[in-house]
Design a protein around this ligand. Structure first.
Ligand SMILES: Cc1cc2nc3c(=O)[nH]c(=O)nc-3n(C[C@H](O)[C@H](O)[C@H](O)COP(=O)(O)OP(=O)(O)OC[C@H]3O[C@@H](n4cnc5c(N)ncnc54)[C@H](O)[C@@H]3O)c2cc1C
Length: 382
């Protein structure tokens, strides 16, 4: 059954996050964006209300939220925390690292790492993309060769969010390159203190600049078999599940950011009307805002329905891809349209300008828009 009204618990969760983020997760984002600086202090603060572990069971230190409540929580965060880089870093950590570790990791790994990951003591990164494999991620060159009770891993990963600051890494490597996607990829948990890999310098990028991104290098790195996540050869399935979580829930941050910007632009036009500008002279802006509100509401419902269905334990391959495609494409367009309403002021350094830059990469990470269309087409038998 569908319910379009949030429960009392979901309302309370939203209010808790809005109140906390407004008070404790704002300030200095302009500087961090300029300096490309990650803030451990803000990360630890986010841990105080369990943001890094929203959907992880309470037994492992998380908040035990279902996927829809996780999406609503991230939407509240995106609405009230102006640092989109921090919001993205937290979401990637939760959905592409902590969630698959919880779903597929051994009890030993879960007990050792999930509490720290949930409480903001540890930062995690997910390492899949390589210099020569992005959209075709399973054609990776990084290999893990089994030797007794351990693996030797060699290769490199690129565009790893949180890479330079991560305490733990969910790494995908080919254990049987000839089999590739069909049982040839395995997932490993790396502990920065135990495993000898190198992180490159943070890469410069146009948006999400407070979430550091880097390459990771592995040179014959020894990893004990106890650090396998899931069984050997299950990596592709684990990665796909983690991407479903990311596609279904990460857009919450974008929905929240869009809603806040829309409210700012609405206030701008209201102020102009209150200042004496005749209504008919602002009709095009009013219509533009009305249109944006309607488009935002439609993609929001698509995202809610994907996350709800995921919580019902149903297959959401198509729904998660549709939600990701719709939210990210709208995010890119709407941030630009809103900036236009602000005129030249929309280009000055600040929230409106920054959000345009932050939005651009949303149609690339978690699979580019063309890959989402490819997934949807496959589910249509095409
Ligand atoms: C901000 C950001 C954060 C990221 N974080 C991480 C991370 O934490 N971990 C990680 O492993 N990776 C991460 N990535 C990498 C991301 O997953 C890849 O950038 C993405 O998969 C696309 O790969 P690519 O950049 O190599 O582009 P390519 O695969 O080369 O694609 C380039 C263009 O070609 C199109 N294209 C490619 N193949 C096809 C096809 N078969 N059909 C139609 N069109 C196609 C794409 O849609 C795209 O527009 C991140 C990227 C960004 C931008």
């Amino acid at each position: 059954m569908y319910a379009f009204t949030p429960s009392a618990e979901q309302e309370a969760l939203r209010q808790e996050i809005v109140d906390f983020a407004t008070a404790h997760l704002n300030g200095g984002e302009e500087l961090r964006d300029r300096e490309q600086e990650f803030s451990r202090e803000w990360w630890v603060a986010a841990g105080r209300i369990g943001l890094p572990g929203l959907c992880i069971p309470e037994a492992y230190g998380g908040r035990g939220l279902d996927p829809l409540s996780t999406l609503l929580a991230l939407e509240a965060l995106g609405y009230s925390c102006r640092d989109n880089g921090l919001n993205f870093a937290l979401s990637a950590h939760l959905l592409a690292c902590a969630a698959p570790l919880w779903l597929f990791g051994s009890e030993g790994l879960k007990k050792a790492y999930l509490p720290g990951l949930c409480r903001g003591e540890l930062v995690a990164a997910n390492a899949m993309t390589e210099p020569s494999s992005g959209s075709d991620a399973f054609r990776m060159q990084t290999v893990a060769v089994e030797k007794g009770d351990a693996f030797r891993i060699s290769g490199s990963k690129s565009f790893v969010s949180n890479g330079p600051v991560a305490d733990g890494v969910l790494l995908y490597a080919a254990t049987d390159p000839a089999r590739g996607f069909l049982g040839g990829i395995s997932a490993f948990w790396l502990d920065r203190r135990l495993h000898e890999y190198k992180a490159g310098e943070p890469l410069r990028k146009m948006g999400l600049r407070s979430c550091p991104l880097s390459e990771l290098f592995f040179d014959n790195m020894l990893v004990d078999s106890s650090f396998l996540v899931g069984r050997t050869g299950r990596g592709a399935m684990i990665f796909n599940r983690s991407m479903e979580w990311e596609r279904a829930c990460l857009g919450g941050c974008h929905l929240g950011n869009m809603q806040r910007l829309l409210e700012m632009a609405t206030q701008l036009v209201r102020d102009q009307l209150a200042g004496g500008i005749p209504r008919h002279e602002r009709q095009s802006a009013s219509f533009a805002l009305a249109d944006m509100q309607a488009r935002l509401e439609s993609v929001r419902l698509l995202a809610y329905s994907a996350a709800w269905k995921m919580g019902e334990g149903k297959n959401v391959t198509r729904e998660a891809a549709m939600a990701k495609l719709a939210v990210s494409e709208l995010y890119k367009k709407l941030t630009l349209e809103i900036a236009t309403l602000f005129g030249a002021a929309g280009l000055a350094p600040g929230e409106v300008e920054r959000s345009q830059r932050d939005a651009v990469s949303s149609t690339i990470y978690s699979g580019a828009s063309e890959m989402q269309k490819s997934i949807i087409a496959q589910t249509m038998g095409l």
